[in-house]
Design a protein around this ligand. Structure first.
Ligand SMILES: [Zn+2]
Length: 248
């Protein structure tokens, strides 16, 4: 057993007993972990009011060496998730982020960049009702970190450069887009215009700040949403539960 310290986002909460909860965290240093918070349901617990879905906390826990649940010993609130007032969509996007982090990451497999992207999008969801760019950037970071980022430069059929085209056919099953030649004999899920590709490439660039001028048309947002939802569905083997709430 060892004492570990890190920051974590609460991505799932379950009752364990009359007074205790099991908390699933996405932590910066250890990836996903589950810990038992004894007495968390008591009014005056050691964790005060830190235990709340999507809250970010500085935590200390005792790591169990063989199976079993870790034991949470300290949780200090860093940020409580409060979606932008009046925007139900922002709340659902928060749930979607928790769903993806829970379903697509493994226990004790750290991804600090993904933690930072998740924290950034949660703050964005608190401060603005336009969260699209932040959400897309988070999803692209997620796909990149788990090695499932679609190939945007080379054809998924013949591996040649995609070349200039007004639009491209995207095939989630094959993890990429087809050149004009290959798309004649292929099937795809989504059609993505050239402008949308440019936006995706900009959002993928780590130097692109969200505050930068990058206006997404409704058409571009719809194409990207379709591309990302079919990609996530393909990886999960089902449609994300929150996907219907993200439609534009
Ligand atoms: Zn091709």
């Amino acid at each position: 057993m060892s004492n570990e310290k890190t920051e974590g986002i609460i991505i799932r909460l379950a009752d364990f007993s009359e007074s205790s909860k099991v908390i699933t965290w996405f932590t910066r240093d250890f990836g996903k972990t589950a810990s038992l918070a004894k007495g968390a349901k008591r009014l005056k617990s050691a964790f005060e009011a830190a235990i709340d879905l999507l809250a970010t906390c500085r935590i200390v826990f005792i790591r169990k060496s063989s199976g079993g649940l870790d034991i949470l010993t300290e949780a200090q609130l860093v940020n409580r998730f409060r979606p932008y007032p009046g925007s139900l969509s922002n709340l659902y996007v928060g749930y979607y982020i928790a769903e993806l982090l829970d379903a697509l990451t493994e226990e004790y497999d750290p991804h600090p960049e993904l933690f930072d992207a998740a924290y950034a999008v949660l703050l964005e969801l608190q401060e603005h009702d336009d969260f699209q760019k932040a959400l897309i950037k988070f999803e692209l970071t997620m796909l990149n970190e788990i090695g499932q980022l679609p190939q945007f430069e080379y054809c998924a059929g013949c591996s040649q450069e995609l070349g200039q085209s007004e639009s491209y056919l995207y095939d989630a099953n094959n993890g990429g887009l087809y050149c004009q030649h290959c798309e004649q004999q292929r099937h795809g899920n989504v059609r993505v215009s050239r402008g949308t590709m440019t936006v995706l490439q900009k959002l993928l660039d780590e130097h692109t700040q969200l505050s930068q001028r990058l206006n997404l048309s409704l058409q571009q947002q719809r194409e990207i949403r379709q591309l990302l939802t079919t990609t996530m569905s393909h990886i999960l083997g089902r449609r994300p539960k929150m996907a219907p709430y993200l439609q534009l």
